[in-house]
Design a protein around this ligand. Structure first.
Ligand code: PLP
Length: 398
């Protein structure tokens, strides 16, 4: 018998399934709002100018492709730390943070999960309800039991903050809490500064391990504004994990550029942590690829290119906000009895639109507009040419 005789078919990825159905749809006016990617106003994934310029610079002084250090390119790791924690941050100065280049945000989460399983094997992991669909699978595959804390409140279309806080207060010491630093995926609902104050207090008083996932820095209110939560956690002086990704902010999805930073309580502890993190990396993929890390390091550390990047990122952020506003004002016209104002308050690429599974089904079957069954739409896939059709269709299925 074949060794694969007992291998079951794994369930299809629900979001990739949407894209497959979209690709097969022959309607020329089809729209895919199910994606997790930023499209420009022409409906294209942009190739950023800062990336082209960094690449041109790198091509000029072409270098051989030797192995990178296990933890990645030093210039990249340094640039990431300064971006995530702030160049003047005490933890960077005191060398309490270690950063390793990772294969996107996903790779960073997996490194953190594998590291934690070695040194906090009894802990359980808590993720928001709902969360990015890969959080659960990823921590479970590292061997953790994964629980949900309350997060989204469909009644207010915001955060069930009382529920979240009381769940945090009941978690056993040493629990690992995965928090979206900004631009919550899938809901778009973020905590306010005051709510973060309460979360930070409970997490540090109860000795929980915060794991901040920041996949959308710069897509909410600005690079520094979005990174503020990480800095506020860092100020408590406790241990923490931060995964960040440049997939979206540099439109470098396929290059797999992200990083894991672990903050320890002293430089001496950080050195030990790095030595163990390197073992996790070594036994997974040995060391990261060169290209994407070099592109990002060059763009972040060359002042002219940095400026180009910041402007391009601001352009993406502003366009998403404009699409939010346009969606709300056009829906006000076409469906005046429904209140969509909450869409403007949401941050990042996504919106939990409040559309039901049935309504999403009708959008797909009758109008070739594809969204996630949960009602999640990617606002960054709206543009000046498709928005009217989307609004008309939504108004008809409401
Ligand atoms: N974390 C969150 C919350 C995300 O939404 C994503 C991507 O969609 C990731 C992590 C993974 O990012 P990457 O594509 O860089 O692996």
């Amino acid at each position: 018998a074949s060794p694969f005789a007992a291998v079951d078919m794994a369930p299809r990825d629900p979001i990739l399934g949407i894209t497959e159905a979209f690709n097969a749809d022959k309607n020329p006016n089809k729209v895919n709002l199910g994606v997790g990617v930023y499209y420009d106003d022409n409906g294209k994934v942009p190739l950023l100018e800062c990336v082209k310029k960094s690449e041109a610079q790198l091509m000029e002084k072409a270098t051989p492709r030797t192995y990178l250090p296990i933890e990645g390119l030093a210039a990249y790791d340094k640039a990431v730390q300064e971006l995530v924690f702030g160049a003047d941050s005490a933890i960077v100065q005191e060398k309490r943070a270690v950063t390793a280049q990772a294969l996107g945000g996903t790779g960073a989460l997996k490194l953190g999960a594998d590291f934690l399983k070695r040194f906090a094997p009894e802990s359980q992991v808590w993720i928001s309800d709902p969360s990015w669909e890969n959080h659960r699978a990823l921590f479970e595959s590292a061997g953790f039991k994964v629980n949900n804390y309350p997060y989204y409140d469909p009644a207010t279309r915001g955060v069930n903050f009382a529920g979240m806080l009381s769940a945090l207060k009941e978690m056993p010491k040493g629990s690992i809490v995965v928090l979206h630093a900004c631009c919550h995926n899938p809901t778009g609902a973020d905590l306010t500064d005051d709510q973060w104050t309460d979360v930070i207090k409970v997490v540090s008083e109860r000795g929980l391990i915060p794991f901040l996932d920041m996949a959308y820095q710069g897509f909410g209110d600005g690079i520094d504004e979005d990174g503020k939560v990480v800095r506020r956690f860092a100020e408590t002086g406790g241990a923490m994990f931060v995964s960040n990704s440049f997939s979206k902010s540099f439109s470098l999805y396929g290059e797999r550029v992200g990083a894991l930073s672990i903050v320890a309580t002293s430089a001496e502890e950080a050195a030990r942590v790095l030595s163990q993190l390197k073992r996790v990396i070594r036994t997974n993929y040995s060391n990261p690829p060169t290209h994407g890390g070099q592109v990002v390091a060059t763009a972040l550390s060359t002042p002219e290119l940095r400026k180009v990047w910041e402007d391009e990122l601001a352009g993406m952020r502003v366009r998403i906000r404009e699409m939010r506003k346009a969606l709300v004002s056009k829906l006000k016209e076409k469906a005046p009895s429904h209140d969509f104002d909450f869409v403007i308050k949401q941050r990042g690429m996504f919106s939990y639109s409040g559309l039901t599974k049935e309504q999403v089904g009708r959008l797909r079957d009758e109008f070739s507009i594809y969204a996630v069954d949960t009602g999640r739409i990617c606002v960054a896939a709206l543009n000046s040419r498709n928005i009217d059709a989307v609004v008309d269709a939504i108004a008809k299925v409401l």
